[in-house]
Ligand binder design. Structure first.
Ligand code: NCD
Ligand code: ZN
Length: 456
């Protein structure tokens, strides 16, 4: 069989098992999986040397800030960071300028991603008062909708607002009719506003970042989750809770799942690595929303991710300039931290420590996101006919995370100085090698747009 690429001596990892073999790639797709390299005539042969080969990571929550906020990040730097971290598909959030809430603005971002991206990308649209745009946005190719309850109406362009429950239910119904999922940022901003004002007036040190978690306690998440589940129930729409942050939130999700509410969730490394004590050390560096909470929450989130109660890992890669992150009060510091380049390495380190299996890593970083966002089986697994999005990992490589190694425009990572064991050493997107030994070697434009329509 004549193929473009043959990866031999691989340990092929799925969510269920790990099997030794070879992967043959032709025209960007997996053409064959075989025990031995015999019988293949390949333009390029890669010897994996017995290393694990995983389906490329799918991160359903990144902010690449393009267009409009490119001093923080752009599609080129963001997608290089993804490729360096073994992530082959990203879902980009709509809070750019102009915001992705209608087809016109969607097309602007699509063109940018087509030209600049080193990895595959999905483009989210906002769920606002845009019922009349939903069909057209799906037709145009969005990957999903973001119900961002942390948005204030004044942050949206004139005429747009976050709908009330009745208007939202109609939009949820429309989205459900297409079997698309609504991705939810669950925070009750009425409560946050009130808590924040009280804390600001309390005379506490504006540099006391512990105030951030007090201004956004877990009840804020619980309240927004309840509202979301009600909307899911009245509309029949699937909901995906992104960056879940609390033990109580997870308990509530489990309760509603038992009742049959179609809800799934994700969590990012920031929330299962750090906890409230860390605000003293990192200050604005770990100010993210919803807030990083207490040790009991961190522990529940990690256990939930490891055992599958939280189905997906997604980073919420959210770069800001150093000026926006540091030297400001806790309430003026912009929320968010980078993470798309470090999420898989952090998980590989947990595998080496015996805290999670590599199969579960594949499940939460590739198979589950692909299934929930309806791009499975073309994405999310190594199988004949699937796209050749692959990552080779070296489980024995010991290294130290540094700010400088980040491809992101923001040269600040809270993981700086972390000693990790395990690193992606090659990333392949649609059959093209884009990262080798930590260096970007591919060209921009190899990434394709993905969505549940599958006409990509
Ligand atoms: C995000 C951002 O900076 O865009 N920040 C964050 O802390 N999560 C906003 C968001 O995802 O809600
Ligand atoms: Zn986000």
């Amino acid at each position: 069989m004549k193929v473009d690429l043959l990866i031999k001596n691989a340990q092929i990892v799925s969510a269920r098992d790990t099997v030794a073999g070879c992967i043959a790639v032709k025209d960007g797709k997996i053409a064959a999986i075989a025990d031995s390299p015999e019988g293949f005539e390949a333009a390029r042969v890669i010897d994996a040397g017995g290393k694990p080969v995983l389906p490329g990571g799918i991160d359903v929550h990144v902010h690449f800030r393009d267009p409009g906020l490119t001093y923080k990040e752009d599609f080129s730097t963001g997608s290089m960071a993804a490729a360096a971290g073994g992530i082959t598909t990203v879902y980009d959030m709509p809070n750019v300028q102009p915001p992705t809430l209608n087809v016109e603005n969607f097309q602007i971002k699509k063109k940018i991603a087509e030209e600049k991206s080193y990895v595959n990308y999905g483009i989210y649209a906002y769920l606002v008062n845009n019922l009349d745009q939903i069909d057209a946005l799906i037709e145009a190719g969005v990957c999903g909708f973001k119900w961002d309850l942390s948005t204030f109406d004044w942050e949206l362009p004139e005429g747009y607002y976050l709908p009330d429950n009745n208007e939202a239910a109609d939009i949820f119904k429309k989205i459900a009719a297409h079997d698309y999922v609504v991705t939810v940022h669950a925070e009750d901003m009425e409560l946050v506003k009130n808590y924040t004002e009280h804390l600001k007036e309390s005379g506490r040190d504006p540099k006391d970042f512990f105030s951030h978690v007090e201004a956004r306690p877990d009840i804020v998440e619980v309240s927004a989750l309840y509202r979301t589940f009600v909307l899911s129930e009245v509309s029949g729409c699937r909901v995906h809770i992104t960056h879940l942050t609390s033990k109580r939130g997870l308990e509530l999700i489990k309760e509603f799942q038992h009742k049959g509410t179609p809800v799934t969730s994700d969590v990012g490394p920031a929330w299962f690595t750090f906890c409230a004590e860390d605000y003293e050390k990192f200050g604005g560096g770990i100010r993210v929303i919803p807030a990083i909470r207490y040790e009991k929450d961190r522990e529940a989130l990690w256990n939930g991710l490891a055992n599958g109660d939280i189905e997906v890992l997604a980073t919420d890669h959210a770069p800001h300039s150093n000026d926006e992150k540091f030297n400001r009060s806790w309430w003026d510091t912009l929320p968010g931290t980078i993470g798309v380049q470090t999420s898989l390495p952090i998980m590989l380190d947990h595998v080496n420590k015996g805290e999670v299996t590599l199969n579960r890593v594949v499940e939460c970083m590739a198979e589950k996101p692909a299934q929930i966002f309806n791009i499975f089986p073309r994405k999310g697994q190594i199988a004949v006919g699937a796209d050749a999005d692959l990552v080779v990992v070296d489980m024995d490589k010991e290294w130290t995370v540094t700010h400088e190694e980040m491809y992101s425009k923001t040269k600040y990572t809270p993981y700086d100085g972390f000693k990790l064991k395990g690193k992606p050493v090659m990333t392949i997107v649609m059959g093209e090698v884009v990262m080798e030994d930590g260096k970007i070697v591919g060209k921009p434009g190899v990434g394709r747009m993905v969505n549940p329509r599958k006409d990509w």
